[in-house]
Ligand binder design. Structure first.
Ligand code: NAD
Length: 242
């Protein structure tokens, strides 16, 4: 496993789900961890684990700039914040598409602009971006805004990787299948028949179960330290695209 001793890792959307599991995994790997989220109670509960916490709304240019100025250079940036909208191209409103673009894509542009200069000043760093198999990897029904924006995450990941590879900054994306998380629980409840929704999500995972946030966090730790890979979209999907 990776030794992240001496490294500083900043995680967005670390209050719950994959971001939270990743903040804990970075801590176990020896990093100094700064866990951020808009949900104060959720993120502050990580302080008991020796993790530094702060409020950070990645929709705000100013908040992201201020965070970078206050925190200083980081070695690892895990952009985990993201939102799922249901709907086909005909059902998706411009408002939902714009919001998905802002949170799933523009937020990663904001954090890159804020934290890349610090990485470059220190001669390197690792950016890990949360994409999904619902993207350019695989067409998934009823996920138009999500898939468009998560495909853009893969594009921005490759672009940053190509631009900064010679300066020691690596940038990779994680593409999970379906992962047990609080927002997935909400999506399964939203339709009114939780058991049927859960069975449908499990049915599309050939391993016959959902992924766990900890399984995705393992990959987030690996990519933070993996010194010979950049610009890649790492699929971790229980065999969905096998
Ligand atoms: P989640 O959706 O349950 O939690 C999301 C967290 O993001 C919450 O703590 C919330 O407070 C925070 N957040 C929301 N808006 C924010 C903002 N503006 N600024 C900062 N934080 C904000 O977590 P999850 O399901 O583990 O998803 C995390 C990421 O993984 C997302 O990008 C999601 O698209 C991606 N993903 C999830 C799955 C899955 O099946 N759960 C699959 C593939 C990809």
């Amino acid at each position: 496993s990776q030794d992240l001793g001496g490294k500083t890792a900043l995680v967005t959307a670390a209050g719950q789900g994959i971001g939270r599991a990743s903040a804990l995994a970075y801590k176990r790997a020896g990093a100094r961890v700064i866990a951020t989220d808009i949900n104060a109670a959720a993120v502050e509960s990580l302080a008991a684990e020796g993790i530094e916490t702060r409020l950070l709304d990645v929709l705000s240019d100013q908040a992201v700039k201020d965070a970078a100025a206050e925190i200083g250079p980081v070695d690892i940036l895990f952009n985990c914040a993201g939102v799922v909208h249901g709907g086909t191209v005909l059902e998706t409103s411009d408002e939902d598409l714009a919001f998905a673009w802002d949170l799933n894509v523009r937020a990663m542009v904001r954090t890159a602009r804020a934290f890349l200069p610090g990485m470059l000043s220190r001669g390197g760093g690792a950016i890990v971006n949360m994409a999904s198999v619902a993207s350019s990897v695989k067409g998934v029904p009823n996920r138009f805004a999500y898939s468009v924006t998560k495909a853009a995450v893969i594009g921005l990941t490759k672009s940053i990787a190509a631009d900064y590879v010679a300066q020691g900054v690596r940038c990779n994306a994680i593409c999970p299948g379906t992962v047990e998380s609080p927002s997935l629980q909400e999506r399964m409840r939203a339709g009114g028949d939780y058991e049927a929704a859960r069975a449908a999500f499990i049915a599309r995972q050939p391993m016959g179960r959902l992924g766990t946030p900890e399984e995705i966090a393992d990959l987030a730790v690996y990519l933070a330290g993996a010194s010979y890979t950049t610009g890649q979209a790492y699929v971790i999907d229980g065999g969905w695209t096998a």
